[in-house]
Design a protein around this ligand. Structure first.
Ligand code: TNX
Length: 770
């Protein structure tokens, strides 16, 4: 794939000498994230040469640091290291850094004239973003002549976050610093550092030394998705205080606030191993070797727990200068609390069972979170918690991080909370970014580059009056399946670039195609820095749209850089001699389409899709029971649109149902001879999606009287599975107009699975009747 990339970059470079002669300001400063306003100005360019200096205002000494960054960027790009001068002298050939006015604190203006480049930030941070803009422009064009321009820019959101989990897998100080450098390149200003979890405690604390002494090493790590065994290899790591301070400084130099997360009262096995008296059963406990949600949590009825929380948080507050501290609050099962005499006594003592008896344990969690909030308040900090903390009532001033969709965030905003939107479907960069079978194993889900880019943090259901409570959004990187920084970079890049436009740019200026055209400029920096990134943005983009009236599908293929595409329609491999794609393809019979992009003769990744036509294609479908609201997409019609669901339950083609029985009623419009019915089931047990247990087909001529014509029973799973099953039920030919399909869900998830005893999901797509 790298060869393909070189071919791609080479094709861009051909144009560079031409651009050097006629630099166009709009094109030159066309970077990611796109500045708010770029105004070309007449005149000759400012040329960076060996005599260029960087001067900064002596009244703003913090700009000295910025000047050094800029000198370093220029050195990396052109091999010239400009001298840095304190004080602005009026000399020519100078890049000037100074304070200026802007509509917001992090805003900046750049003015390029033949004699100088002035970067004026309202704050040093603003100036830093101006420097990033200049750096990216220089790198993307690799050109020392800067066209005259006036740029004014400022971010949309004040909270522009990126999160890294160092508990599931540990990353060294240098790796974390490198990660922070990547954030700075994308104008991110909050680094959410997930430091503790069931699989490891990474933060040293003076009062509780055993947290890292005993809680930072686990006895092994599960292999793949098999949670019942592990590799038996001790895995650990933790930081020293000095290292933490070093990282905080490194981030602060780049105007990034480090927000530590101490995840409580769940996700606490590492702490329980070190201090078993803090658990309901008293232990002994062991760090988890697997992923998921553990039942063992801090005992909420034990006053020692409150002391522990206070001491830990106080020390964290002293160590981290951030205005925020994240205290988790997510995924805290209440099973232990329900059986624990101390927790039950606490519930009685606080009267938590009086008003809403069923909610006593949720209220108990709320009591813990309020306590934590109070402690943080005493230290002058603001608390952040995951959206679960809303359940028993969130502490008044808590900032809510809405991850299980946007509903939590919308509700929180309406009750006055500030909110950071991080819904999994858009912001989870640990999810797959491509449906390519070659992708490295990931936790699940599917969040493409385009999906991240499409994110709008002001949710449709959010009233305009609550808009200013959404303070921003963030990309999250959980590391269950990410063991190296190279892999972390691959998951981040370029999706973080898409996120940076969500965080920085106003929603009106967003345009995915234009973003893809700007992206290669940023990729030049990724290459220069040796970052590992995904090149799926070079793949063919395909759009299949059904035309129900004409009974056909239209397939359009494109690439971000309008490269040559060739295709075949008979399932054969695409060759340089295959048919050239020029116009959308009309498909009206079952077809397998393959396509490939050719850049300078080098073939890219092959695209392959099939459409299927049968007696039920474009037939009317009714679902007596509506799918789960999160998995409804365009509704019943996707079941007969000729398009097969792909290897992701969230691709929009699969309809999801939680437990029970699912009926699908198909109307073939006229009575027809039929002899088989086929339906696809998507299976991904780690996501609680199982195959059906029973499928049956009934047929009718009049839509009143149905007869069962086929049925199959399917086995209960004994281990995890992922894949697509197409179930075909054949029967002696019969005449029918109405076909009713019934799928029985796995209503009791088997014991091997985390969800044992609960109902599973079934996901269905594309019914083909022959
Ligand atoms: C949910 S997001 C979690 C994490 C997992 C992540 C995997 C959140 C508050 N909890 O513990 O690592 O999913 O995607």
């Amino acid at each position: 794939m790298k060869t393909l990339l070189y071919a791609y970059v080479a094709s861009i470079m051909i144009y560079l000498p031409m651009m050097a002669e006629t630099p166009d300001a709009k094109q030159f400063y066309d970077i990611v994230p796109l500045p708010r306003q770029i105004q070309a100005v007449n005149g000759t360019p400012f040329v960076i040469d060996a005599a260029t200096v960087i001067a900064y205002d002596q009244d703003a000494p913090q700009l000295g640091n910025n000047a050094c960054f800029l000198a370093e960027y220029i050195h990396k790009q052109f091999g010239i290291r400009p001298e840095v001068h304190e004080g602005i002298s009026g000399r020519e050939n100078t890049i000037i850094l100074k304070s200026g006015s802007s509509d917001c604190d992090e805003g900046y203006n750049i003015k390029v004239t033949p004699d100088s480049v002035v970067i004026a930030g309202r704050s040093p941070a603003g100036c830093f973003y101006g420097i990033q803009t200049l750096r990216k422009s220089l790198a993307s064009q690799n050109q020392r002549a800067l066209p005259p321009v006036e740029i004014s820019d400022s971010p949309r959101f004040g909270y522009r976050g990126a999160h890294l989990d160092v508990a599931r897998h540990f990353f060294t100080v240098d790796e974390v610093k490198g990660f922070i450098d990547i954030l700075a390149l994308h104008n991110v200003n909050k680094f959410h550092w997930h430091l503790t979890d069931d699989q490891g405690w990474r933060l040293p604390l003076r009062k509780y030394p055993e947290l890292t002494e005993k809680g930072s090493v686990r006895p092994g790590t599960c292999i793949g998705k098999d949670f019942d065994s592990n590799d038996g290899i001790e895995y650990g790591g933790c930081y020293t205080r000095e290292e933490v301070e070093d990282i905080i400084r490194h981030a602060a130099d780049r105007y990034i606030e480090v927000i530590p997360e101490i995840d409580l009262p769940g996700h606490m096995l590492a702490a329980l191993k070190a201090y078993p008296e803090l658990g309901c059963t008293g232990g002994p406990y062991e760090l988890w070797t697997r992923w998921g949600v553990a039942d063992e949590v801090l005992c909420a009825g034990n006053d020692k727990t409150l002391d522990f929380i206070d001491s830990v948080l106080e020390e964290v507050c002293d160590l981290f200068p951030s205005s925020y501290v994240h205290v988790g609050g997510d995924e805290c099962p209440k099973v232990r609390w329900k059986e624990c005499p101390k927790c039950q006594a606490k519930i009685k003592e606080l009267g938590l069972d009086v008003k809403e008896p069923g909610k006593a344990e949720e209220k108990l969690q709320s009591y813990i979170m309020r306590h934590a909030a109070q402690t943080l308040k005493g230290k002058g900090k603001k608390m952040i918690g995951w959206d679960e903390i809303l359940e028993g009532g969130a502490p008044e001033d808590a900032v809510i991080m809405s991850w299980r969709g946007e509903a939590g965030g919308v509700a929180a905003a309406s009750s006055g909370h500030h909110v950071v939107m991080v819904p999994v479907d858009y912001c989870y960069l640990d999810y797959y970014q491509s449906l390519d079978a070659e992708e490295p194993l990931a936790i699940g889900g599917f969040v493409s580059l385009e999906k991240v880019y499409s994110y709008e943090p002001l949710a449709p259901k959010l009233p305009a009056s609550d808009a200013d409570r959404i303070i921003g959004t963030q990309a999250n990187l959980w590391t269950e399946y990410i063991t190296t920084m190279k892999h972390a970079q691959y998951m981040e890049l370029p999706r973080l670039a898409a996120m940076s436009e969500v965080q920085w740019c106003g929603k009106d200026g967003k345009d995915y195609d234009a973003f893809l055209k700007r992206l290669p400029g940023l990729i030049r920096i990724y290459d220069a820095e040796g970052y590992n990134y995904s090149d799926h943005f070079l793949d063919i983009r395909a759009n299949l749209s059904p035309d129900r009236d004409e009974k056909k599908l239209t397939l359009s293929l494109s690439t971000s850089d309008d490269s040559e595409i060739r295709f075949t329609l008979d399932g054969s491999e695409v060759l340089p001699t295959s048919q050239l794609y020029s116009n959308p393809l009309c498909l009206d019979t079952s077809t397998t389409v393959k396509g490939a992009v050719f850049r300078n003769g080098v073939k890219g990744r092959e695209y392959c899709d099939s459409v299927t036509f049968s007696k039920s294609t474009f037939a009317n479908v009714k679902l007596p029971r509506v799918p789960h609201p999160k998995y409804t997409y365009e509704g019943a019609r996707v079941l007969t649109d000729g398009i097969y669901g792909k290897m992701s339950f969230s691709s929009g083609e699969w309809l999801g149902f939680e437990g029970g029985t699912v009926y699908v009623n198909v109307d073939l419009k006229i009575p027809q001879e039929i002899s088989s019915v086929e339906i696809g089931n998507f299976i991904s047990t780690p996501d609680w999606i199982f195959d059906a247990r029973e499928i049956s087909v009934e047929a009718s001529l009049d839509g009143m009287e149905y007869h069962q014509i086929a049925s199959i029973a399917l086995p209960r799973f004994v281990a995890d599975r992922r894949g697509i099953e197409r179930h075909k039920l054949s029967f002696p030919e019969i005449k029918a107009r109405y076909v009713r399909l019934r799928e029985e869900c796995e209503n009791v998830i088997p014991d091997f699975h985390d969800g044992k005893g609960k109902p599973a999901f079934v996901f269905i797509d594309e019914i083909s009747i022959h």
